[in-house]
Write a protein that binds this ligand. Structure first.
Ligand SMILES: [Cu+2]
Length: 125
């Protein structure tokens, strides 16, 4: 009789374990020449997927809601194209980037934050 709830609990744990740092985050779509707000904390970005509707200038406002210092560095094909410096919790930094069409990645380069889940993708279409 008591085996069923235990099995269920084990299953729930397994499912939660699968999520880990790789759980899919929120996607935000913004028009070209707009601003997008990104929240950084341990260890994720929200949103973790940004879609920009057309090339142009994008203003990224990074809010550090965590307890450690964080940053956001955007790159394309492994080459950094810009981002914010690292800054402490409770602060916000904005960066304006002129982007052409394509796929970009963003990460936090502090310590091992990227491996812990602070990464996202930005697509300009
Ligand atoms: Cu970080």
């Amino acid at each position: 009789m008591s085996r069923f709830p235990l099995t269920l609990a084990a299953f729930a744990l397994a499912v939660a374990g699968c999520g880990g740092g790789d759980k899919p985050g929120r996607t935000v779509t913004v028009p070209a020449n707009a601003a997008v707000r990104v929240v950084a904390k341990e260890y994720s970005f929200d949103p973790s997927r940004i879609v920009v509707r057309g090339p142009g200038a994008v203003r990224i406002r990074l809010e550090n809601d965590g307890s450690l210092a964080h940053n956001l560095k955007l790159s394309r094909d492994g080459r950094e194209v810009g981002g914010t410096p690292s800054f402490p919790s409770g602060q916000t930094k904005a960066v304006r980037l002129t982007l052409s069409r394509g796929d970009y990645d963003y990460v936090c380069t502090v310590g091992d934050h990227e491996e812990l889940g602070m990464k996202g993708t930005l697509k300009v279409d």
